[in-house]
Design a protein around this ligand. Sequence first.
Ligand code: NAD
Length: 468
Amino acid sequence: MAELTMTIDGKSVQGSKKRDVINPATGKSFTHVPDCTREELDSAMSAAARAFKTWSKDIALRRQVLDDCAAALQQGSEGLVPLLTQEQGKPLAKATQEIMGAVMWLQYTAKLEIPVEVVQDDAMARVEIRRRPLGVVAAITPWNFPLMLAIWKIAPALLAGNTVVIKPSPYTPVTTLALGEILRNVVPPGVVNVVSGGDDLGAWMTSHPTPRKVSFTGSVATGKKVMASAAPDLKRLTLELGGNDPAIVLPDADPKSVAQQVFWGAFENCGQICSAIKRVYVHESIYNPFITELSSLAKSLKVGNGMEDGVQIGPLNNKPQLERVSELVEDARKHGARIVTGGERLGSEGYFYAPTVVGEISDGVRLVDEEQFGPALPVVAYKDVDDAVARANATHFGLSGSVWSSNPDRAAEVAGELECGSAWVNQHLAVTPYLPFGGAKWSGIGVENGRWGLLGFTEIQVLNVARA
Ligand code: NAD
């Protein structure tokens, strides 16, 4: 494939250094991308700062440009799909969904209003609460939904009048670089700059004097470093971090149908979703049929190279992640848990891991307490619902959670007790462009999406005009 380039000031930049990108289905390099230097980053930041002066002035133009971005992305989607599968591992159908989802997110965001609230309008004064853009936004993304999460940042940042320098994960830089090449044709120079490199490039961005805001999605550990690095300059922050989402299945739930939904809430994208179900608490009265259903679903999954027909889940995205999931499952085994199905690497090529269901396990074991971010689901039995809620909340994480029951009102009461940003009833992963998405506790600061996410890319200004 032709090597992709960075986008800086609307131009293609090859970069003076290169780095490999590994296809997780083969474990081998499939292309090279630029490894951005400090000088190249400086030029991206300067271009974004220059572009901000005019870009921030005209919201009608910005709206039109976002619509044009959606159309251009849609047009370029066919070429992007196989790139996303090769760099991330997900099946082609899921890669298509991610890209078309990003198109929809752009279209939705283009229509959002930036409110002006009039709080006083009388003989004394007219007082308006306005929203001003911040300036340059440094956007940093992880490797599980590289294109979608890039758009979650680019679209609202741009509508609000900011300009962007974005850096994808070193594991999945390809589709974001390709997005830059597509957007070059529709966005004025300097408004969206795409740079690629390693973790050090992220650190250079968050400590760079130019950005006024950092919008970061990734792990809790890195989020803490980002916050520390942004502090000296009081940069604004949105942090979308990890989760250890609980699902609580109440005794009146139908084990067969609920297990199916819980299964996909956990195994979608090979378990590599921040808000995937990472632990299930099932009432002891339905524990056995529930776990039997989960394991038969896990056994029936077609795991393979996402480029092949009929594959339902691909490999884990990278070797450290494969090693982490293997380590957590081994640790559970050592602690006496029952590996009901899976529990092993598949093949020796690529980073495949068998969909794994783990029973007879409880809190205090790493697979339950930590974020596994992979296809290994611990299923914990409980007797008392209040106790299940207490155990679900006994964590630093607080991204989302779900409660399952044939009585949605009762389930809603229980869900309201969960200490998390999104509390779902009889569903999980209900993420849409019009609802805010963010975490409580260590799972994040601020939200993305909808008008709440948009406002995170603005700062309040009180415009107070005296009349008397
Ligand atoms: P990560 O924290 O290792 O990396 C995320 C990004 O940060 C990458 O682009 C990386 O290069 C960059 N980075 C690394 N060190 C940095 C530093 N010191 N300063 C600035 N940037 C730095 O996370 P990951 O392994 O890519 O992604 C998995 C994690 O992301 C999981 O914990 C997952 O739950 C979380 N996640 C959260 C959400 C959400 O919306 N809450 C969405 C997706 C993923």
